[in-house]
Design a protein around this ligand. Structure first.
Ligand code: PGA
Ligand code: ZN
Length: 439
């Protein structure tokens, strides 16, 4: 643990020796970018770019090849950009200078949405740089990022019923989550969530038949349900069947991902075959919060409606988290506007939406300074890369969204958090505390 000692470590060893990229597959079988950074000391950092399906309009652009191969989703140009331009620019730089490295890539890219080098090329490099620094220091990534004060395990929000763009069913809302809030330890929270997930499986099989327990992109079931209440009822029932009290032990959360069912021309949301105006949507959420133990609602309205977001935050923000995902796309400029207009009391943080670790940290700091909650999030297209687990602990985010406790790319993150919990001297699990605050 040289990090905290005063042993003289020559700066030379932190210099970047190699930056190398290659193509790997993500959990949907699509190509994505993997970057390996090696320092002069031999410290190796490897990171993969994730990929969304219900992407926000303002996200950093994934550079894809187009054409016939891989149905246009090839990443050979992005890989090439890392192996030539980025590798050349970063060679010899000190791997600990994350900001300088990230700014250099932004400068070379020169576009507002990272479309020249590719958001996928940049994000994988940015994360690999941090991991190479931690490896060179021979400490875990969360400790490198947060130091000794990084002691908080995030409360997981597990998406166990999938709808929207992540599933082939008729559910309009994208994610129906359980949130284990009534526990003192992360491992107990995960156990309760897993038990509930298994009860849900039994229950769905009984009600809808064996094909109901096929899983969607994030490992949640994708049953042939049609209504929001049907999904929420099933969660409540599963929590009870597992022997827990809904709301006290395990609460519920929703990601509506409402830009996906918003009809811009008519200015209406199409929910369960009916057209809803903004006010109707807000009324619907109010009813749902009355009827169910919901603690968090993500993207309740469409991604440009800052005003509507402010309205719903005013109406429900003292009861639940109103989380901005597609509206902010982890972009400091958009988030600043959100803070100024009171558009939410929480933000979803996805490193690949903005493209660098430095900008991600900037957003997290902005949120924490204003007392807003931060949820570190995976994407629906993931890999076995577990960096977001370390980021959640390292930056004391308090909350994480990384899918159901199923599919290797999802459980990898939970397994990493279980490992971190064992490593920490006095790990802290905030549970319901993340939601009690009155905003
Ligand atoms: P995505 O969905 O990764 O497909 O964008 C996740 C989310 O909307 O939170
Ligand atoms: Zn979302």
């Amino acid at each position: 643990m040289t990090y905290y000692s005063f042993t003289a470590v020559p700066d030379e060893i932190f210099k970047i020796k190699t930056v190398r990229a290659r193509m790997v597959l993500d959990s949907r079988g699509n190509p994505t970018v993997q970057v390996m950074v090696i320092t002069e000391a031999g410290g190796v950092g490897i990171a993969n770019a994730p990929s969304g399906a219900s992407t926000g309009k303002h996200e950093a652009v994934e550079l894809r090849d187009g054409g016939k191969e891989w149905h246009g989703k090839g990443v050979s140009k992005a890989v090439e950009n890392v192996n030539t331009v980025i590798a050349e620019a970063l060679k010899g730089m000190d791997v600990r200078n994350q900001r300088e490295i990230d700014m250099k890539m932004i400068e070379i890219d020169g576009t507002p949405n990272k479309s020249r080098l590719g958001g996928n090329a940049i994000v994988a490099t940015s994360l690999a740089v941090a991991k190479a620094a931690a490896a060179t220091l021979e400490i875990p990534l969360y400790l490198y990022l947060g130091g000794k004060y990084a002691d908080t395990l995030p409360v997981p929000m597990l998406n166990i019923i999938n709808g929207g763009a992540h599933a082939g069913n008729k559910l309009d809302f994208q994610e129906f989550m359980i949130v284990p809030v009534g526990f003192k330890k992360f491992r107990d929270a995960i156990r309760a969530a897993v038990e509930t997930y298994h009860e849900l499986k039994k229950l769905l099989k009984q009600k809808y038949g064996p094909s109901a327990v096929n899983v969607g992109d994030e490992g949640g079931y994708a049953p042939p349900m049609e209504t929001i209440r049907e999904a929420l009822d099933a969660l409540v029932e599963a929590i009870k069947a597992a022997g827990y009290e809904p709301g006290k032990d395990i609460a519920l959360a929703i990601d509506a991902a409402s830009s996906q069912f918003y009809d811009e021309k008519r200015d209406v949301y199409l929910v369960e075959g009916k057209a809803y105006k903004r006010d109707d949507m807000i009324r619907l959420y109010k009813e749902l919060v009355e009827e169910y133990p919901i603690v968090s609602i993500e993207d309740p309205l469409y991604e440009e409606d800052f005003e509507g977001f402010a309205e719903i935050t005013k109406a429900l923000g003292n009861k639940v988290l109103i989380v901005g995902d597609d509206i902010y796309t982890t972009n400091p400029e958009r988030f600043r506007k959100g803070i100024e207009t009171g558009s939410s009391n929480a933000i979803l943080v996805k490193v690949n939406q903005i493209g660098t670790l430095t900008e991600t940290l900037e957003v997290i700091k902005m949120a924490h300074r204003k007392g807003l909650r931060t949820i570190i999030s995976h994407r629906s297209g993931e890999t076995e890369d577990t960096t977001i687990a370390d980021i959640a602990v390292g930056f004391n985010a308090g909350l994480i969204k990384t899918g159901a406790p199923a599919r290797g790319e999802r459980t990898a993150k939970y397994n990493r958090l279980l490992e971190i919990e064992l490593e920490l001297e006095s790990p802290y699990y905030p549970g319901i505390e993340m939601f009690l605050r009155r905003f």
